[in-house]
Design a protein around this ligand. Structure first.
Ligand code: LMR
Length: 436
């Protein structure tokens, strides 16, 4: 039985972390409420709400016979956003689920999401944070820091380790959590280990998330993880799944700007084609600097084909050598960019890169893989592929190589996508950007 103690003072919640599977708090109106669930609440669902400007007497709830409770004590209190002048004009609260929420990338991202800089100053958000048993204590620390940040738009924070609980009604799922490749681990092993995680998360999204949830997969290998995830979520449109290649696009823009001696806001129309790996193709044929084709501005075509391309492909690894860990801040910025590209209309004539399901693409790229391509959005969360791009032999050849890699990855995870027996014939010379 789970018991919730209500403490009306401002003391810190006493959380028995190893015993918590899910807890939720509503922020920040009633910061004087705190709570202490003391006993095992495995798979407990806790929801928070408080009636207009008052704290209700907390109810003590226990697990139902299926091991699920609707809410616990003070977590059952309700806040009414229409009660206050400031919040009356706000949009309806959106649920954003984040996996790997105790990690470095999430630590940058969550505070951006909560501040309003991603979804706008009139968009209240609920953050649903997925961690692991190992990270639950750190996740409590994240939630405490969010609480201490006094973000007016942040209305709920929930933490948990069960994706079926955390993804409930999620309208955005930002899937960051993944295992890094350990010493002696084959790439096929990494695909399998992370693939299992993304298969499970796909099934959970399929079962409990909003039917129109938008999913951005960040955990590597992100294209194939996204493919596994979408194949395990047949009730969610495949078009809603993205693999993050926006970081690569940003890196490519930075390198082009540096070479041309311009500020990077002058660089546009940059596509990353293919896999978020060292086979990715940063497209300088269609890219523009100050509205002109890059090749007209950067006359050193050998640099474009060799140095530029390799620099972008291996930027993640170069960064790891400096930092001793993967990029986190710039990754979180690129997640923000990726979301904002879907929720704001794409500027006239421009586009953005995202790893999307390749079915029906107009470029002749193999179907059934998640492949980074140029997209445009009307700002409604959806996108369409850009048709007016050009190809030359160099670009085609490079695209073929990254396509072959993704097809090989797909064969290697067939057991996770429902497509039969896995056969791993991965090309030996390609790696994640972070591998050197
Ligand atoms: C990056 O591009 O920085 C990361 O994907 C690198 C990595 O392997 O973690």
């Amino acid at each position: 039985m789970a018991v919730t103690h209500f403490n009306p003072t401002c003391s810190k919640p006493r959380l028995h972390s190893s015993q918590l599977s899910f807890l939720s708090r509503t922020l920040p109106i009633h910061r004087h409420c705190s709570f202490a669930p003391l006993h095992r609440t495995q798979h407990a669902r806790i929801s928070c709400s408080v009636a207009p400007n008052e704290v209700q007497v907390p109810a003590v709830t226990t697990l139902d016979p299926k091991g699920k409770a609707e809410c616990y004590g003070v977590f059952c209190l309700t806040y009414d956003l229409r009660a206050e002048e400031e919040t009356r004009s706000w949009k309806k609260l959106i649920n954003i689920a984040v996996s790997g929420a105790a990690g470095m990338i999430a630590n940058h991202l969550l505070f951006k999401l909560a501040s309003g800089e991603v979804f706008g100053p009139d968009q209240p958000v609920a953050l649903k944070l997925l961690g692991s048993e190992r990270s639950i204590q750190a996740l409590e620390g994240v939630a405490m820091e969010l609480e201490d940040s006094l973000f007016p738009l942040l209305r709920e924070v929930s933490i948990g380790i069960d994706p079926y609980e955390v993804f409930q009604d999620a309208e955005w799922a930002l899937l960051i959590g993944a295992k890094p490749r350990g010493p002696g681990m084959e790439r096929a092993d990494l695909l399998d280990i992370n693939g299992q995680i993304y298969a499970a998360q796909g099934r959970a999204l399929n079962a409990v998330a909003s039917r129109n949830v938008k999913v951005i997969v960040v955990g590597n290998p992100c294209n194939t993880n996204a493919l596994i995830c979408l194949k395990n979520a047949p009730n969610i449109p495949a078009k809603n799944f993205h693999a993050l290649t926006r970081l690569d696009e940003n890196r490519a823009k930075c390198q082009l700007a540096l070479k041309a001696g311009v500020f990077y806001d002058k660089v546009s129309n940059v596509t990353i084609w293919g896999n978020h790996s060292t086979t990715q193709v940063p497209d300088f044929l269609n890219a523009k600097i100050d509205g002109l084709p890059v090749k007209e501005v950067v006359k050193d075509h050998r640099w474009l084909e060799e140095e530029f391309t390799e620099k972008v492909q291996k930027r993640g690894g170069a960064l790891i050598q400096k930092w001793g860990r993967s990029s986190a801040a710039s990754t979180s910025v690129s997640i923000v960019d990726a979301i904002r590209s879907l929720v704001t209309p794409t500027p006239e004539g421009d586009w953005f890169s995202s790893g999307v399901y390749s079915n029906g693409n107009p470029y002749g790229i193999a179907e059934g893989i998640v492949f980074s391509m140029p997209c445009r959005s009307k700002g409604d969360g959806d996108y369409e592929l850009v048709k007016d791009v050009i190809f030359d032999d160099y670009l085609r050849q490079r695209i073929k190589k990254t396509e072959a890699e993704l097809l090989a990855e797909k064969r290697c995870v067939a057991h996770l996508t429902g497509e039969g027996i896995a056969v791993c014939d991965l090309p030996g010379d390609t790696m994640l950007p972070g591998e050197m």
